[in-house]
Structure formats: structure tokens, C-alpha cells
Ligand binder design. Structure first.
Ligand SMILES: [Ca+2]
Ligand SMILES: [Ca+2]
Ligand SMILES: [Ca+2]
Ligand SMILES: [Ca+2]
Length: 397
């Protein structure tokens, strides 16, 4: 009986309606925050007893507009999402990424971008492309680094890599908290894979006591100051046209829905400690006003021919096995600004919404043409939307 009542309450919360809201230039959620061990981990943002990965992602989101988050040593990452697609404008840099770089303190983070090809509100593995920064040809592209959880929180944290290297994330007197992410203490190891950038720390003292971390030319986060001459620093911006596939081939993307940033240097710099990328706001660079309250330039639109060519090459249901069922041409997508799931139906049919436990929250019929299911009143989480034979996984933030 209780079950029935619950079902009715949720079902009545869903209405078929179209709505529109202004989009925000700044990322609207942290989808995943997974730092490697580091001296600012558990304090940027602060971990408190009981915080799990979800809680830390929410704290990380709040912290990006307040002082930033630290990604820890090599490989630690954050994934953010937008409430709109950041358009790839030809000949312009499209993303603006704030760090906390100060002179002599460049801690470059590798940037990856994803367009939500299957429209499920989540970045799927096949949707990611790397931004080819200036050091791409000087990097190790298939790097893997493993950290080992220490016996005691006071111990240095050992790492090994797939190149025969090893070392430690060393503790220092300034930061006494555990350096291992405290919501991941069930893991004995943490493994990170990606591109390892060349070392950028130069030992000016000659005896390991004074390092200067010099910036790379372009294409990284936390590499140059946020502001230059009173404006958003062009050097802190990313051109989506720099995206490449796993083989290094250029990828012409229509825009991006998700951005991933990870610490790209694996270097220990004396008393400064490990090289660790910090991230504040990630923003759409196509704005009519910069600063703390930027305003999105609503006249910027996706180039339809670029989108069509991109989807023809990388889209299609076969690209995401296990998620798309039949009816592969039906695109079901979440409009993050409104909290509505939209789809164009070729014919009338039945739509259903399930939670992750498989409990049906809604069932109803739809007509041919544009249809909308409103998920606004649902709590954040993953939902399965079934439309005829096709099931799409949707993440609601
Ligand atoms: Ca561009
Ligand atoms: Ca996706
Ligand atoms: Ca740092
Ligand atoms: Ca930094």
C-alpha cells in the first residue's frame, strides 16, 4: 500500500510541458571529484566524517566558486557538466578554466572534453576527447600511476608507474591532515591513467630546496593566471578545435557538455610539495560580460553541419552498447536547464521512468512529435527512461 501511494505521488509530479530558462555560462555541477593523494586533499574541499563520493562531489561544486578544489598529485581529476552545450566557435577559444596559478607556480592540468552523443546527461567513456596542448608531443600518452594507501596517515604515500618509476607523495609540516582521500579508504590502491606531461619544475637552488614551476605554452588548466590586463586570460582558455582522438587525430566537435581536468605533471618539488592542479570555475568563454557574474552570449549557436558530421562519425546506438536498445535513431536527452527529458517520437507509444532499483516511477503514452517528461521534482540521481524499446540512462543533478 505504501508503495502505491509513493508511486502515485511521484507519477503526479510528472507533467508533460515545455519550459525555458536562461542558461548559465559557468558549469552547473560536479559529476565526479576523484583526487589523487595530496597535501590539499581532504581540505580543498573539506572532508567530514560520513562524506561519501557524492557528498564530496557536491562540496567540490560549491568550492569551485569559493577558492577552488585541489586535484592532488598526478592523475587526480574532476568532471564538470554544463546546463547547455558550450559551442565550438570557429577561430575562437571556447572554454575558460580558472585555477590558482601564481608566478612561478604553474601546475598544468590536462583537459578532456565530451559532447553528450547519446544525450543521457552523462559523459560516457566513448564520448571523451583530449585537448592537445603544447606539450602533447613531449608527453607519455599511455601513462598509468598507482598510489598505495599507507599503514598510517602520518606516512608518505608511495606510488609506482608503468614506466618503471616510483616515488612518494611526501607529507609536510604545513598540512597535517590525511593525504589519502578519506571517502576512499576502502581502496588499498588508487590507479590513474592518462597523459603525463613533462616535468615543469626547475630546481633553482641546485639542492632540491627551491623550485620554480614554469608555464607551458597553451592548452592546460592552472597553468597561467586567470586574469590578464583586467580580462579573462586568453592563456586560460581552451579552443575545442584542439581536441584529438586516442590516436592523435583532430576531431571537429560541435561543442562540449562535459569537461574533465586532471593533474598532468608527476613531480615532487621540495618544500612546495607535489605538483597538483587546482580548479575553480569552468566557464563557457562566449560571454557578453566577464568577471564574477558572467553573462552567456545567447547569439552563439551550434554549427548544424559540424554537428551532423560529428554525429555521423561518432554517434549511433552501436557506439554505446548496453544503453541504447532498438530504435537507434530516437534521441532522448535531458535539458539540464529545465530538468526535462525531451524526445522526438516518430509514432505514438509508451514512456516509462525507472529509478536505479528498477522501480517504475512513471508510465504514460505519448503522441508523435516533440515530447517532454518533466523530472524537476525528482531528487538528484540516475534514472532510466524507457521509450518504446529504447532505454536511456539519465543523470539528474
Ligand atoms: Ca573554437
Ligand atoms: Ca552521454
Ligand atoms: Ca597545487
Ligand atoms: Ca595551483
Amino acid at each position: 500500500m505504501a508503495m502505491n501511494k509513493n508511486f502515485l505521488a511521484l507519477a503526479s509530479a510528472i507533467i508533460w510541458a515545455a519550459a525555458g530558462n536562461a542558461a548559465s555560462p559557468v558549469h552547473d555541477g560536479v559529476i565526479e571529484y576523484a583526487p589523487a593523494p595530496g597535501q590539499f586533499v581532504n581540505i580543498m574541499p573539506e572532508w567530514e566524517e560520513g562524506d561519501d563520493a557524492n557528498a564530496m562531489a557536491n562540496k567540490a561544486h560549491a568550492a569551485t566558486s569559493e577558492g577552488g578544489i585541489s586535484l592532488g598529485a598526478y592523475g587526480g581529476y574532476v568532471v564538470v557538466g554544463f546546463d547547455h552545450t558550450v559551442v565550438n566557435v570557429a577561430g575562437e577559444r571556447d572554454l575558460y578554466i580558472e585555477g590558482n596559478m601564481h608566478s612561478g607556480g604553474s601546475e598544468p592540468g590536462v583537459v578532456m572534453v565530451a559532447y553528450d552523443i547519446n544525450g543521457n546527461g552523462l559523459p560516457d567513456e566513448n564520448e571523451w576527447f583530449e585537448i592537445r596542448g603544447s606539450e602533447y608531443d613531449n608527453s607519455i600518452l599511455d601513462y598509468e600511476c598507482t598510489y598505495y594507501r599507507p599503514e598510517n596517515d602520518d606516512d608518505d604515500i608511495r606510488w609506482t608507474d608503468n614506466q618503471g618509476g616510483e616515488g612518494y607523495v611526501r607529507r609536510n609540516a604545513a598540512h597535517q591532515q590525511p593525504y589519502w582521500p578519506q571517502w576512499l579508504t576502502d581502496s588499498k590502491t588508487l590507479v590513474f591513467r592518462g597523459t603525463r606531461l613533462p616535468d615543469n619544475g626547475i630546481d633553482q637552488s641546485g639542492n632540491g630546496t627551491y623550485f620554480v614551476l614554469s608555464p607551458f605554452d597553451y592548452g592546460y588548466a592552472d597553468n597561467v593566471p586567470n586574469i590578464d590586463g583586467g580580462s579573462w586570460n586568453e592563456g586560460a582558455k581552451i579552443d575545442i578545435d584542439w581536441a584529438v582522438d586516442a590516436k592523435g587525430n583532430e576531431v571537429k566537435m560541435p561543442g562540449v557538455d562535459f569537461v574533465k581536468i586532471y593533474t598532468g605533471v608527476n613531480q615532487y618539488n621540495g618544500w612546495i610539495g607535489e605538483n597538483s592542479t587546482e580548479v575553480c570555475r569552468v566557464a563557457d568563454a562566449h560571454v557578453t560580460r566577464e568577471g564574477s557574474s558572467p553573462v552567456l552570449d545567447e547569439t552563439v549557436a551550434i554549427d548544424q553541419s559540424v554537428l551532423d558530421a560529428f554525429l555521423a562519425k561518432y554517434g549511433g546506438s552501436a557506439a554505446v552498447p548496453g544503453i541504447d536498445g532498438g530504435n537507434g535513431n530516437l534521441r532522448v536527452y535531458l535539458d539540464r536547464a529545465t530538468g526535462c527529458v525531451n524526445f522526438d517520437a516518430p509514432a505514438a507509444g509508451v514512456a516509462q521512468v525507472f529509478n536505479q532499483s528498477g522501480i517504475m516511477l512513471y508510465s504514460g503514452t505519448f503522441s508523435p512529435g516533440k515530447n517532454t517528461i518533466e523530472l524537476c521534482s525528482y531528487p538528484a540521481g540516475i534514472y532510466l527512461v524507457r521509450i518504446d524499446e529504447k532505454t536511456t540512462k539519465i543523470l539528474k543533478l
